[in-house]
Design a protein around this ligand. Structure first.
Ligand code: C2E
Ligand code: MG
Ligand code: MG
Ligand code: MG
Length: 289
């Protein structure tokens, strides 16, 4: 009978399910505490120009060091925060923290902040963004908001209004994890994005220009450039991946090869320096071409 109740239900009677449910409840209340007690922090991952390798900006990424469980992935607790109604508060805190920090960097360096689809449900989003920019004394053009296809799923007029209101403020918009969703291209690309971020699943392991991934990246870069949008290759971990995405025309790159997400102090130093130090770069520069 339990099985007949459907796939999601048939484990209802299993004892480990009770344990999982209890664990989840604990995580929920722990997350509330974490927000109140300042146990969340923001780290910054550099984004560099694909040809000059100069640092152009940083992406703000949230971290939660759970007092008992250690680091919890945002891929795990952001969905939880969305479900329990904490994401607006958390999202606003990330935005404020990121903007206040970015205001300390040289003016040519921008900051990118991820927004949850849930944050778009609030009518207050544009005014919140405007207020935080003013409070942080950060020029709107230095803030980039990253959204995923999930925001656009049901062709909602309200979402489009929000997007245009954000554009009117002067912030940049990026489409995150491009190529991993199910939206139609013509629909997606009608949204006035300034940039698309090519998901790391296309970049990983790609070195052969004739590979399927390379073909896909080339097509995405072509589309973006025809639409006057920039492209960021996400998740570049190796010299080979860098060479490939560079040759395919990606304007920007981000990934462990240039830097993992780092604490504020380190990001501040790197922002002031303006370029990532990596032994391979020096080596490559010495190589006769
Ligand atoms: P995302 O926005 O697509 O961020 C990129 C993720 O890839 C980050 O994981 C980053 O640490 C990781 N990454 C960057 N370069 C490399 C690389 O070379 N190799 C590998 N293997 N990974 C790389 P992270 O920080 O765990 O975040 C995961 C996701 O959680 C993010 O994906 C984003 O969707 C969400 N997220 C993170 N911070 C926030 C936030 O403040 N608000 C919201 N709404 N979502 C967030
Ligand atoms: Mg992102
Ligand atoms: Mg991404
Ligand atoms: Mg992602």
């Amino acid at each position: 009978a339990a099985k007949a109740a459907g796939k999601g239900c048939f484990r209802f009677f299993a004892p480990e399910m009770h344990e999982a449910a209890r664990e989840r409840q604990r995580m929920e209340s722990d997350l509330r505490v974490a927000l109140e007690k300042g146990q969340l922090r923001v780290v910054f991952q550099p984004c560099v120009d694909a040809s000059t390798e100069a640092v152009t900006g940083f992406e703000a990424l949230i971290r939660w060091d759970h007092p008992e469980h250690g680091p919890v992935s945002p891929a795990q607790f952001i969905p939880l925060a969305e479900e329990i109604g904490l994401i607006n508060e958390i999202g606003e805190w990330v935005l404020r923290t990121a903007c206040v920090e970015a205001a300390k960097w040289p003016h040519n360096i921008s900051v990118a902040v991820n927004l949850s689809p849930v944050q778009f449900k609030s009518h207050a989003l544009p005014s919140t963004v405007r207020a935080i920019l003013a409070e942080a004394d950060l020029d709107a053009t230095r803030l980039e908001l990253e959204i995923t296809e999930g925001v656009l799923l049901n062709n909602d007029q309200h979402v489009h209004d929000m997007i245009h209101a954000l554009k009117a403020i002067g912030v940049k918009l990026a489409l995150d994890d491009f190529g991993t969703g199910y939206s139609s291209l013509s629909y997606l690309l009608r949204v006035p994005f300034d940039k698309i971020k090519i998901d790391q699943s296309f970049v990983r392991g790609a070195s052969d220009p004739a590979s399927r991934n390379a073909v896909l990246i080339r097509a995405m870069v072509g589309l973006a450039s025809d639409l006057k949008m920039q492209t960021t290759a996400e998740g570049v971990e190796t010299q080979e991946e860098l060479m490939l995405v560079r040759s395919l025309g990606c304007s920007l790159v981000q990934g462990y090869f240039f830097g993992k997400p780092m604490p504020v102090e380190e990001a501040r130093e790197l922002a002031a320096k303006g370029a990532v130090e990596r032994p391979e770069a020096q080596y490559a520069a010495r190589e006769p071409r």
